[in-house]
Design a binder for this molecule. Structure first.
Ligand SMILES: *Cc1c(COP(=O)(O)O)cnc(C)c1O
Length: 370
């Protein structure tokens, strides 16, 4: 008798087996400049006030399912237009997943320019959608004719545009985005994860187009540990997407902590303003390192190109010098020879630039066999 095949190879969908899990390295004692985190904590007295709030939280009760107080705070903080509805997620990642789940039927396409945030492709794939990437122009701006041709060909259910884009830092042309919103047959989601670091936003444009949604997160503004994102858009769309949300997806600790943080938004604003100033300094410092080409950034990170063939080695040497950045060279194509560094404290940024200069002075190892 043939033994039954009870293996994952038989049952896990081939499309999932083919995925590579989202890898998060263990930073250990390294200076952590790999994940776009705000490097600053809160002053001690603010931490005490926060802990006092948490003391009264009822962990025995389910959270407010609609998170009404938090929604009101976020609406005010992010200037969501009155007539628009909001939906909260356990990080904006969860909202991307809800969007995909709500439209997926195996045939439909999620489309995004590339390189971009890798979760769009990952989530589309495991939600059972087709994914279509469209290469950006060489300077990482939108290739509008290519995007329009792809929209025409694939009729995507959703187009994702990270504004500013990760991992390039580029702020796409707003007029080009408007053209895409008008051309798209389905939803266009403008993902504004880096809103605290730019003056540009499509939030005020909500309602102007029937198919525009805006995605935000509190992660990059200094609350990455909370896992909290917000989707804003016309009620007709959000009512439907809300149906695939699991009940109580925002826990009591997150609701209480985020409400507290929003009541002290000035602290976060001071921190992000500091990061914006330090981004300009880091940009300048990187530009003065021979052989290094930094790209302009409207986010809290800078993408830079290293001398050809040296990115992997530089990534390791930086680690040996105590600094963890993101190595994008393995992604290949337009990101070959590229590393991405998050803007940290002035001390961390200086340590990074020192380490980079020292690493570049080390001659590239000649591989065996020349
Ligand atoms: C970091 C990032 C997110 C993820 O945000 P979370 O709210 O932490 O899940 C979403 N979109 C882009 C473009 C990002 O870079």
């Amino acid at each position: 008798m043939k033994p039954m095949d009870k293996s994952p190879a038989r049952w896990i969908r081939p499309s999932v087996q083919a995925l590579k899990a989202y890898h998060v390295p263990d930073p250990g004692q390294l200076i952590k400049l790999d994940a776009m985190e705000n490097p600053y904590r809160w002053p001690a007295d603010l931490v005490e006030q926060w802990l006092a709030v948490l003391r009264d939280v009822e962990l025995n009760r389910y959270p407010d399912p609609g998170a009404a107080a938090l929604c009101a705070g976020l609406r005010a903080s992010m200037q969501v237009p009155e007539a628009m509805q909001v939906l909260l997620g356990n990080g904006s990642d969860e909202l991307i997943q809800m969007l995909a789940l709500a439209v997926a039927d195996g045939e439909r396409t999620l489309l995004a320019p590339e390189p971009t945030f890798v979760m769009y492709r990952l989530i589309a794939t495991f939600a059972g959608m087709r994914y279509q990437g469209v290469p950006l122009a060489e300077d990482f701006s939108l290739d509008l004719p290519a995007m329009l041709a792809a929209i025409d060909r694939y009729r995507p259910a959703i187009v994702f545009l990270a504004y500013p884009n990760n991992p390039t830092g580029t702020l796409f042309d707003a007029q080009a985005i408007r053209t895409l919103i008008e051309a798209a047959p389905g939803l266009v989601v403008v993902d504004e994860a880096y809103a605290p670091f730019t003056d540009a936003s499509f939030m005020p444009c909500l309602g102007e187009f029937p198919n525009l949604l805006v995605l935000r997160t509190v992660s990059k503004m200094g609350l990455a540990g909370l896992r909290l994102g917000l989707l804003a858009g016309p009620p007709e769309w959000l009512r439907e997407i809300d149906k695939v949300r699991l009940p109580y997806n925002i826990g009591v600790l997150t609701q209480a902590s985020a409400c507290f943080a929003l009541a002290h938004q000035d602290v976060l604003d001071t921190q992000t303003a500091q990061i914006r100033r330090d981004r300009a300094r880091l940009q300048q410092a990187l530009g003065s390192v021979p052989g290094v080409q930094p790209y302009p950034s409207d986010a809290n990170f800078i993408l830079f190109r290293t001398p050809p063939g040296r990115a992997d080695e530089l990534f390791e040497t930086l680690k040996a010098h105590g600094v963890l950045v993101k190595n994008l060279n393995p992604a290949g194509a337009a990101l070959r020879d590229c590393l991405r560094v998050t803007v940290g404290t002035p001390q961390e940024n200086a340590a990074f630039v020192d380490a980079l200069r020292q690493s570049l002075d080390t001659p590239a190892r000649v591989s065996d066999g020349g």
